[in-house]
Ligand binder design. Structure first.
Ligand code: NAD
Length: 469
């Protein structure tokens, strides 16, 4: 077999995969390159290397771990342009968005490097002294999906390392390249075995999750796969953090100016061609402004420039992979019978997994497009007359990742936001993430939280020392 351009990182060595797999550019359907495909034996080697590296890394002073995380951030920043181009090629998103993701990755890493895990004294008197310590867990399995391969990695790797854990990192099969490029950087900066990178063809997530030497699985992906991760982790009572699917509702109140709000609503739903866990996935609009809002959104959808993310001016790229492309097309076909498509609904006659941004009106709850997670560039707009009823409909979902309320009267919006059942509710915005704000889902959208101090704690074991005086 010819030497592979991209390599796995196992035990501090960059190695070929035992086999290879094609990586396809979703904008052209051309093969970008062959990526290594790790075998289960290589997965086991990666876990063994992480296990062997754990005691020394856990003993390394936190200041030194901080320095390593900052050095990774600096190295990514120094190659930000190359990372961004590669990200656009493998993921499809427009180059400016890819650049934003890469620089966001750097910023998230630097944020985590500032955190601390001080010992908390819970009680201290002549009778006793009680201390709460945060200890690393061991080897972390970090599993990332294909919509934001870099920044979602940065939700996991820096806090896991700061807390003193070692890792086996696995990107999604269709977007392995930026993570493999990162492996080259990690080899130079991180002690051997502390971070290992493996790539698979959707076959190593299950053995990674079930591996007896993995102490925690930090997973971002679909709800169906998240449930499998929990099942795989249950036997050994591993810790899990699950960031899963969503069906975020936006509720627009009657005092909103449709012309003013439509661009922000459009962006909330269509960013990354709708392939965002916290994209707005259904929009409830008051009947008094419904027609106008639908018309404004349809206009924006018609005007949007879709194309190869490397071309200047592209606003929306393709769907990331054929499976997702077929799924979204299927949902649009179904919506033809349950609503009125007033923009999009078509696939341009060109190569690549493109779907025109699609607005569907006169559609109700109980239809597939409203009830399921579309994860693509199609937005159902639903009419309501009573705001409390809209909240009840928003809440009547097995998902609870995010949601938003839009209003001029922010007191009214706040009162409704308080009644919505999801991990994050935004008011007059949607999908804002910040590394210092904890993020997690309710119901079937997840277990636990990432980001912020809470996100760091999830990579630790609470340990109490209770001493008699
Ligand atoms: P997916 O669940 O198919 O895959 C995610 C990852 O899990 C991939 O790396 C995959 O190889 C791996 N995997 C596959 N089978 C596995 C198994 N049995 N055990 C362990 N890992 C396994 O998800 P996807 O299609 O890549 O991503 C889209 C989904 O992710 C959407 O539902 C979206 O909402 C969700 N998502 C959620 C968040 C969040 O933070 N809540 C963020 C991004 C995406």
């Amino acid at each position: 077999m010819a030497e592979q351009a991209y390599k796995l990182l196992i035990g501090g060595n960059l190695v070929d995969g035992d086999s290879t797999m094609d990586v396809v550019n979703p904008a052209t359907e051309d093969v970008i390159t062959k990526a290594p495909r790790a075998s289960e034996a290589q997965l086991n080697d990666a876990v063994a290397a992480a296990k062997a590296a754990f005691p020394a890394w856990a003993e390394t002073p936190i200041e030194q771990r901080r320095t390593v995380i900052n050095a990774i951030a600096n190295a990514i920043e120094a190659e930000a342009e190359d990372f961004a181009r590669l990200l656009t090629q493998e993921q499809g998103k427009p180059l400016p968005d890819a650049t934003g993701e890469v620089l966001g990755t750097v910023a998230f890493m630097r944020y985590f490097a500032t955190l601390d895990m001080p010992v908390k004294v819970l009680d201290d008197n002549e009778g006793r002294r009680i201390e709460a310590h945060r200890k690393p867990l061991g080897v972390i399995g970090a599993i990332v999906p294909w919509n934001f391969p870099m920044i979602l990695m940065a939700f996991k790797l820096p806090p896991a390392l700061l807390a003193g854990n070692t890792l086996v990192l696995k990107p999604a099969p269709t977007t392995p390249l930026t993570t493999l490029k990162l492996a080259g950087i990690l080899k130079e900066i991180v002690p051997a075995g502390v971070v290992n990178v493996i790539t698979d063809a959707n076959d190593l997530g299950a053995p990674l999750t079930a591996h007896p030497d993995i102490r925690k699985v930090s997973f971002t992906g679909s709800t169906a796969t998240g449930a499998k991760v929990m099942e795989g982790a249950a036997k050994l009572l591993k810790r899990v953090t699950l960031e899963l699917g969503g069906n975020d509702a936006g509720i627009v109140l009657d005092d909103v100016d449709p012309k003013e709000a439509a661009p922000q609503l459009f962006q909330s739903a269509f960013q990354n061609s709708g392939q965002v866990c916290i994209a707005m996935k259904r929009l409830y609009v008051h009947e008094s402004i419904y027609d106008e809002m639908c018309a404004e959104l349809a206009k924006l959808a018609e005007e949007a420039i879709i194309g190869d993310g490397l071309e200047q001016g592209t606003q929306l790229g393709p769907l990331q992979n054929k499976m997702q492309y077929d799924k979204v097309k299927d949902l649009i076909e179904d919506a033809r019978g349950s609503g009125n498509i007033i923009a999009g609904g078509t696939t341009p006659d060109q190569k690549g997994y493109f779907i025109r941004p699609t607005i569907v009106r006169d559609i109700e709850d109980g239809t597939r497009l409203v009830d399921e997670e579309q994860f693509g560039p199609v937005l159902p707009v639903i009419k309501y007359s009573d705001a409390d009823d809209a909240v009840a409909r928003a809440n009547a979902s097995p998902y609870g990742l995010g949601g938003s309320v839009w209003a001029k009267d922010t007191d009214r919006a706040y009162a409704l936001a308080d009644k919505m059942d999801a991990g994050t509710i935004w008011v007059n915005k949607h999908a804002e993430l910040d590394p210092m704000i904890p993020f997690g889902g309710s119901k079937m959208s997840g277990v636990g939280a990432e980001l912020g101090a809470d996100g760091l704690e999830e990579f630790t074991q609470l340990k109490i020392i209770n001493m008699a005086r």
